[in-house]
Design a protein. Structure first.
Length: 229
């Protein structure tokens, strides 16, 4: 790992995103951060963080994963680095020096963005556009604000690197009912949501696979010290 990227822990949503990051690190020699799978969603994540041992002051945590676009400028496969996260009328900032170091390491391949955290899946193109315009947000996820609020209060430096998995031009299936109270996915409601909207489901799967591949690649390049091709 490059000397300037002193990262203690990587947090990444459980499931496919966690596996992609682990694959990206599998061929890296030398010291790598601890990778921790976190639950999906604001409430499950907060409960998990409160039970964990993540609050070592002056440590540095990198949150990775995928996100949805709220801005025509960002499309599937784009790498984004968060500047901040908003939720309702509150805002939390990512650590600026840490983010700047990551941006330099990834070169021109990553865009600096403003993000929205939602407590449900933002699935319709119309709502994506509306939220993007009214909140001046570029991307959306379901964990960012909660993580920032928790770690900022404890003096832990946080940066967030994600890859866009769905654009703001198309609907995706509404997967909110498929997310369990503990942040895991419920297989049957997930399958039903996909079957109800087969075209949207196909688009989501294709976009997710693309984003996960990029997530794996950027993880490997970041921690092996190589520039993105």
């Amino acid at each position: 790992m490059p000397n300037f990227l002193l990262i203690n822990t990587i947090l990444v949503p459980q499931g496919a995103e966690y596996k992609a990051v682990c694959r990206g690190l599998s061929g890296v020699t030398g010291s790598i951060p601890t990778v921790v799978a976190i639950p999906v969603g604001m409430k499950p994540l907060l409960k998990y963080l409160q039970q964990g041992q993540f609050l070592a002051p002056k440590s540095r945590v990198l949150i990775m994963g995928i996100c949805g676009s709220l801005n025509d400028r960002y499309t599937v496969g784009d790498i984004v680095l968060y500047q901040d996260c908003v939720y309702l009328e509150k805002r939390q900032e990512c650590d600026r020096p840490f983010t700047a170091q990551l941006h330099a390491a990834i070169s021109e391949k990553a865009s600096l963005v403003k993000s929205l955290t939602s407590d449900r899946v933002i699935w319709s193109a119309a709502e994506k556009h509306h939220l993007g315009e009214t909140l001046a947000a570029d991307v959306v996820d379901m964990e960012g604000f909660t993580a920032l609020e928790f770690f900022n209060a404890g003096g832990v430096a946080v940066a967030m690197l994600r890859v866009v998995s769905d654009d703001c031009q198309h609907n995706i299936p509404d997967l909110t009912p498929a997310i369990n109270f503990d942040g895991s996915l419920k297989p049957f409601p997930l399958a039903m949501a996909m079957l109800r909207q087969p075209l949207a489901a196909t688009r989501l799967i294709r976009g997710s696979l693309t984003a996960l591949k990029v997530l794996e690649q950027v993880t490997n390049r970041l921690f092996s010290g190589n520039r993105m091709e």
